[in-house]
Design a protein around this ligand. Structure first.
Ligand code: CUA
Length: 352
């Protein structure tokens, strides 16, 4: 009596059929990609299978290789299984014992084939990791990224530029990233440009990043870091080199001067209502470091770590009650009168 009979007993066949049907449904579901991560109008579901730079290309190629090998092994195993099911009938033995053949089958299918498949995956993975960790070239632009609960602090140390939640880079050139954390472990992930890399307290991780074409590439925090982990987005903005240089020069400058009575009033509100405890506006007395640098706030695309389009309405909602939009973030609500809020918003909108 062969044990193959067990698979084909009437009681188990419906179970196998159900598992098979379920796996088909799961496969179909996995192609759903219309998850809404933010409220802006751009494409919001970047994929590693749409690589937009050399590093992402390497990651995508490795993924396809692993997918192809896994698919081939899956089909082979399923083929053998189906063959066994088809050829077995209750009460009929199909398994004529042949020790030499069995041994050959086990050595090939159980040792040789896994060794070759895993060997290919191992060598390709090591090769890809080495290429992704290639050392810096002398003229590369360095960007330092510090993860916070729940936003990204961005520095360009060679240019004394500090911003938040968006990284401008010159298209077609590699940029060196250095990543650290101010609190817990975060993970930097821009699927179209690079694989994930952790931001770990007390340690600096590094890699290089390149976007082949100008564009805006959406990124995420990919390591659970607290209550607003899902709303810790960032954007990599790749620009033609001359536009990037102009951006850098502008960002290195101090905040726009206060030129009208309303702006003066708004700045006064900013100074007196606690904003300066956490935020810096270069060129003024505001030098807090808890929250994002606001020197050029109005030049940024989004607010609140990428979840809101940067416009006056969203800014007002955020300033009045940030806990409503992102419960658990570190910004307290404010208690401003209507005119105070309007003046403050006008001032913040002037910080281009
Ligand atoms: Cu930061 Cu998850």
């Amino acid at each position: 009596m062969s044990h193959y009979h067990i698979l084909a007993t009437p009681r188990l066949t419906p179970v196998i059929t159900t598992v098979f049907k379920l796996s088909i449904v799961l496969l179909l579901l996995s192609s759903c990609s219309s998850l809404s991560f933010n409220q802006t109008k751009e494409d919001i579901s970047p994929s590693i299978f749409n690589p937009q730079g050399p590093a992402a290309n390497m990651v995508a190629n490795l993924s396809w290789l692993m997918f192809g090998l896994a698919g081939a092994v899956f089909l082979l195993v399923m083929g053998v299984l189906i063959l066994g099911l088809v050829r077995s009938r209750p009460g009929v033995s199909v398994h004529e014992s042949n020790p030499a053949q069995d041994r050959r089958f086990i050595i090939f299918g159980g040792l040789l084939m896994p060794a070759v498949v895993l060997g290919i995956v191992y060598v390709s993975a090591i090769w890809t990791m080495r290429a992704l960790a290639a050392p810096a070239e002398a003229d590369e632009i360095v960007v330092e990224i510090v993860g916070h609960q729940f936003w990204w602090e961005i520095h360009y140390p060679d240019f004394e530029v500090t911003t938040a939640n968006e990284i401008h880079i010159p298209a077609g050139q590699p940029v060196r990233l250095r990543l650290a954390s101010a609190d817990v472990i975060h993970s930097f992930w821009v699927p179209e440009l690079h694989g994930k890399i952790d931001l770990i307290p007390g340690q600096v991780n590094g890699f290089w990043l390149q976007a082949d074409e100008p564009g805006v590439y959406l990124g995420f925090c990919a390591e659970f870091c607290g209550i607003q982990h899902a709303k810790m987005l960032l954007r990599v903005i790749a620009e033609p080199p001359e536009r990037f240089a102009a951006w850098l020069e502008h960002q290195a400058g101090p905040a726009a001067a206060v030129t009208t009575p309303e702006l003066e009033e708004g700045q006064q509100v900013f100074f007196e209502s606690g904003c300066i405890n956490c935020h810096t506006v270069r060129g003024t007395n505001a030098s807090g470091t808890e929250g994002p640098d606001l020197t050029h706030l109005a030049s940024r695309l989004t607010l609140a770590a990428g979840i809101l389009e940067n416009n006056r309405g969203n800014l007002g909602g955020w300033v009045v009650n940030p806990q409503h939009l992102k419960p658990g973030n570190h910004m307290p609500p404010s208690n401003l009168t209507g005119p105070e809020l309007q003046a403050l918003l006008t001032y913040l909108e002037s910080l281009e």
